[in-house]
Design a protein around this ligand. Structure first.
Ligand code: CAA
Length: 383
C-alpha cells in the first residue's frame, strides 16, 4: 500500500471524534432540525452544544486557543452534524470559511485578536466575497476600500452571506486599486459592531433555512488599516486559496446530508410492507439502495482524499477541492432524491426528514462556486 493511500485512512482518534460528534448531533441537534427548518430560525441549540463540546471551530490552531484539528477532523465534524441538520453544519463550516483568510494570510496581531474569540465560542466568522452583480465572476466586485490616513473606508454591498447578522466578524474582499483587476482586490476583517455595517432581510430559501443568508451593507465603514489581511492586492488570491480548502467542507456537508438520507431510507424499506413483505425485499429497491451506497462511498473516499490534500503545502488541492465539492454535491442531490422516492408519498411530506434533506442538498451544488465553476477550476488545473 502506498503512502498516499495511507494519508486518508481515518485514525482511531478520528473515529473517536466521529463517535462523540455523532452522539452529540443525535442527542442535541437532531431533535431541533425539523423545527429549525420549519421556522427558518437559527439553530441556537446546535451552537450552544457545539461550543460546549468545543466542536464549533475545531480548525483553529492551538497557538490561538483552538484545538488545531486537521482538515479530516473538521470534515468529520461537519459530516456528522450535516447527517442530522445541514443548517447546523454551517456553524463549523462557515467558521472555517470566514476565518481561514486570517489563518492563511493574516498578521500575527490579527490572528491573536480574531481567532481567540472564535475558538472560545464568543464570535462566529462569515466570508464576504459575492455581490449582487459579482457571483461566479468574483473579480467583477465593486465594493471599494479607500485608504485615508491610518484607516480604510469601505463602501459596497455583499450578497449571499451565510450566517450574516449572527457572526461578529466578516472577512470582506474589496477593491483597493480598480485598475488592477484581481491584483487590485484586498481582504479585510470587518466587525459587526463597526459603524456603517448593516444587514438585509433574510433570504427566503428552498433549503438550509436555519442558516441566515443576508446581504451585508457597508456604508462609509471606517476601519483601522491594520485590519487588512495580508498585503494590499493579495485579497483575491487569499479568497481563492481559502475556497480551495473550504470546498472540501462543502463536500463534507453534502456527504453528511446524503448519509442521513440513506440511513432513513434503509430503515424505512425494512419497515414498510407492500404485497405482503417489506419493500426492501424487492430487487428494484435493493438496486436503488446499492447505487445510493456506492455513490456515497465514492463521495466519502474523494472527500477524505481532498481533506488529506488540504494538509499538504503545494499539493493539487485546487483540483481536489473542486472535484470533491462537485462530485459530493451531485451525489447528495441524487441520493436524497432517491431517498424521497423510496419513501414514496411519505417521503414527499414533512413528517419524514428526507424531503428536507433533498432541499438542503441543492445548495451544495451552488454555493462556494457553482458546479459549473468547479469544472472550470478543475479543467484549468489539468496538465
Ligand atoms: N489559489 C491561488 N491563487 C489563485 C487561485 C487559487 N486557487 N485561483 C485563482 N488565483 C489567482 C490566479 O492565479 C490569478 O492571478 P495571476 O493573474 O497572478 O495568475 C488571479 O487569482 C485571478 O484568477 P483567474 O485569472 O483564474 O480569475 P478569473 O476571473 O478567470 O476566475 C474563478 C476565477 C475560478 C472563476 C473564480 O472567480 C471563482 O472561483 N469564482 C467562483 C466564486 C465562488 O466560489 N464564490 C463563492 C462565494 S463563497 C460562498 O458561497 C459562501 C457563502 O457564504 C454563501
Amino acid at each position: 500500500m502506498n503512502q498516499d493511500f495511507d494519508l486518508y485512512q481515518t485514525s482511531e482518534e478520528h473515529e473517536m471524534l466521529r463517535a462523540s460528534i455523532r452522539s452529540l448531533a443525535e442527542a442535541k441537534i437532531a431533535p431541533f432540525a425539523a423545527e429549525v427548518d420549519e421556522q427558518s430560525r437559527f439553530p441556537a441549540e446546535a451552537l450552544k452544544a457545539l461550543v460546549a463540546a468545543d466542536l464549533h471551530a475545531v480548525h483553529v490552531p492551538q497557538e490561538y486557543g483552538g484545538s488545531g484539528a486537521d482538515a479530516l477532523a473538521t470534515v468529520i465534524v461537519i459530516e456528522e452534524v450535516a447527517r442530522v441538520c445541514a443548517s447546523s453544519s454551517l456553524i463549523p463550516a462557515v467558521n472555517k470559511l470566514g476565518s481561514l483568510p486570517v489563518i492563511l494570510s493574516g498578521s500575527e496581531e490579527l490572528k491573536k485578536r480574531y481567532l481567540a474569540p472564535l475558538a472560545e465560542g464568543n464570535a462566529l466568522f462569515s466570508y464576504c466575497l459575492s455581490e449582487p452583480d459579482a457571483g461566479s465572476d468574483a473579480v467583477g466586485m465593486t465594493t471599494r476600500a479607500v485608504r485615508e490616513g491610518d484607516s480604510y473606508v469601505l463602501n459596497g454591498v455583499k450578497r449571499w452571506i451565510t450566517n450574516a447578522g449572527v457572526s461578529e466578524y466578516y472577512t470582506v474582499m474589496a477593491v483597493t486599486d480598480p485598475g488592477k483587476r484581481s491584483k487590485g482586490i484586498s481582504a479585510f476583517v470587518v466587525e459587526k459592531s463597526d459603524e456603517g455595517v448593516s444587514f438585509g432581510a433574510p433570504e427566503k430559501k428552498l433549503g438550509i433555512k436555519g442558516s441566515p443568508t443576508r446581504e451585508v451593507y457597508l456604508d462609509q465603514v471606517r476601519i483601522p488599516a491594520d485590519r487588512m489581511i495580508g498585503a494590499d492586492g493579495t485579497g483575491f488570491a487569499t479568497a481563492m486559496k481559502t475556497l480551495d480548502h473550504t470546498r472540501v467542507t462543502i463536500a463534507a456537508q453534502a456527504l453528511g446530508i446524503a448519509q442521513g438520507a440513506l440511513d432513513h431510507a434503509k430503515g424505512y424499506v425494512q419497515e414498510r410492507k407492500q404485497f405482503g413483505k417489506p419493500i426492501g425485499d424487492f430487487q428494484g429497491v435493493q438496486f436503488m439502495l446499492a447505487d445510493m451506497a456506492m455513490k456515497l462511498e465514492a463521495t466519502r473516499q474523494l472527500t477524505y482524499a481532498a481533506a488529506a490534500k488540504s494538509e499538504r503545502v503545494d499539493s493539487d488541492l485546487t483540483f481536489y477541492g473542486a472535484a470533491a465539492k462537485c462530485f459530493a454535491s451531485d451525489a447528495a442531490m441524487q441520493i436524497t432524491t432517491d431517498a424521497v422516492q423510496l419513501l414514496g408519498g411519505y417521503g414527499f411530506t414533512r413528517d419524514y426528514p428526507v424531503e428536507r434533506m433533498m432541499r438542503d442538498a441543492k445548495i451544495t451544488q451552488i454555493y462556494e462556486g457553482t458546479n459549473q465553476i468547479q469544472r472550470i477550476v478543475m479543467a484549468r488545473t489539468l496538465p
